[in-house]
Design a protein around this ligand. Structure first.
Ligand code: HEM
Length: 423
């Protein structure tokens, strides 16, 4: 359907009626790389007008996303983290999570927990995470006689769920709840996860209430019987000598559940899809396993699981000479930055030995992904045990994608595979 808005785009884009923050587009067509490429080359800072929803500036260049992300006092993460293609809902009843906070509060809060995600702290967990990953991959290898599965269901989804459940200190029988909650919050607009009789925002809000009810009870239990898990840590945190309010503790639980799940799930699936579609790269990795760390980075650049986050101008400012007024919103499209011709040689080639690889898949600056080392570890564990054993692999059906303009999700990745005998 052609729109009367945005007519100064190329005729094919203007007539397509696409909206870059419409979740349905991502389910039906995947990432709109053609449009992002056109915008990068022709209108890198472009005001996207929407009927009945907030207008916003599309930021498509790597350098501009870097500038905005590294000036957090000018480009605020509050009051909105994402741009909606519908009228904005009032979410003020819910506590802002770390990723919505701005300086100086953001730095104070991040410091409280960030040390638990540093390589040194993770080194203590390395063995357990490796064991979780190996158990999941071994199951796939054992089931190789059937040789067919949905890779998302068997590997990409259970791995981060188990890791997050475990580091939070949740009882194992409750881990499936994490899966359900993230699907319902991130995939609120997706028909597969849609709760009948509700609109997507109501469904996401109802799920958050469910999550808070669960964690409120767990917090009480952890206060009585502390352990090494993050929920126990959250109950012990203090700012200016005072314990955190319950709402702040809830915000911590929420951000870890949400940020740590869908992203890693979709990075793992997106990477597997890239290896299926670029089998020369799979063979290259099998021949040279020392390329695994750079392969993991290339998987994140290639799949760019986060589609966009928003910022709001604190004062009148400008980007690339374009004036942006106080209060206006910008949308940072990370997958576009990760195909920027000015930064990457042959950006549309998946190359596991890409070096340098200054991708923005984990963001940059003030809000740079706090779970980056954990994410890399999970991707490494999944691929390390599986990829060397793959003799043959192919897709057996269409890849179905999540209806979301926040996380570029692969919901189902049906594959057929043959495993080599163990060396
Ligand atoms: C492949 C997996 C992942 C990707 C692609 C990813 C990507 C991102 C991105 C793009 C941001 C925002 C950066 C910005 O605004 O500049 C972010 C922030 C964040 N991520 Fe990740 N992430 C991943 C995995 C994880 C994991 C496993 C965790 C932890 C359990 C995690 C926790 C966080 C947190 C807490 C923030 C907010 C940081 C802040 O506001 O200071 N992420 N992530």
């Amino acid at each position: 359907m052609a729109s009367a808005l945005n007519q100064d785009l190329s005729p094919s884009i203007a007539s397509s009626g696409i909206n870059l923050v419409d979740p349905a587009h991502y389910a039906q067509h995947g990432y709109p790389h053609e449009i992002w490429t056109w915008l990068r080359q022709n209108k890198p800072v472009y005001r996207w007008e929407q009927e009945g929803a907030l207008d916003y500036w599309v930021i498509s260049k790597h350098a501009d996303i870097q500038t905005i992300s590294t000036h957090p006092r000018q480009w605020l993460s509050g009051p909105r983290l994402t741009i909606s293609h519908e009228a904005e809902q009032d979410m003020s009843a819910f506590p802002p999570t770390l990723i919505q906070l701005d300086p100086p509060k953001h730095g104070v809060f991040r410091k409280l927990v960030a040390h638990r995600f540093k390589p040194k702290a993770l080194a203590r967990l390395h063995h357990d995470i490796e064991a979780i990953g190996k158990e999941i991959v071994d199951k796939l290898i054992e089931e190789a006689d059937t040789g067919e599965c949905d890779f998302v269901k068997e590997v990409s989804a259970p791995l981060p769920i188990a890791v997050i459940g475990w580091i939070l200190g949740l009882p194992k029988e409750d881990w499936p709840l994490l899966f359900d909650w993230t699907n319902k919050i991130i995939g609120a607009t997706d028909p597969e996860f849609h709760v009948p009789g509700t609109n997507p925002q109501e469904a996401a809000q109802a799920t958050m209430v469910e999550l808070f009810t669960y964690f409120t009870k767990l917090v009480e239990e952890k206060k009585k019987k502390p352990d090494d898990g993050l929920v126990s840590l959250f109950t012990q945190l203090k700012v200016d000598g005072k314990p955190l309010e319950l709402m702040d503790v809830m915000a911590w639980c929420l951000i870890i559940v949400i940020a740590g799940n869908e992203t890693t799930r979709n990075g793992t699936s997106g990477g597997m899809l890239a290896f299926i579609e670029n089998q020369d790269q799979l063979r290259k990795l099998q021949a040279n396993p020392s390329l695994l760390p750079s392969a993991v980075e290339e998987v994140v650049r290639w799949s760019s699981p986060i589609i966009h986050f928003a910022r709001t101008a604190a004062e009148d400012g400008e980007i690339r000479g374009q004036k942006i007024a106080k209060g206006e919103a910008v949308a940072l499209f990370y997958p576009s930055a990760n195909r920027d011709e000015d930064v990457f040689e042959d950006p549309f080639e998946f190359r596991i030995d890409r070096n340098p690889n200054r991708h923005l898949g984990f963001g940059i600056g003030e809000h740079f992904c706090m779970g980056v080392h954990l994410a890399r570890l999970e991707l490494t564990v999944a691929y390390k045990h599986l990829l060397p054993r793959i003799e043959e692999i192919e897709l057996t059906g269409p890849v179905s994608r999540l209806q979301s303009s926040l996380v570029g999700g692969v919901k189902h990745l049906p594959i057929k595979y043959r495993i080599k005998p163990a060396a």
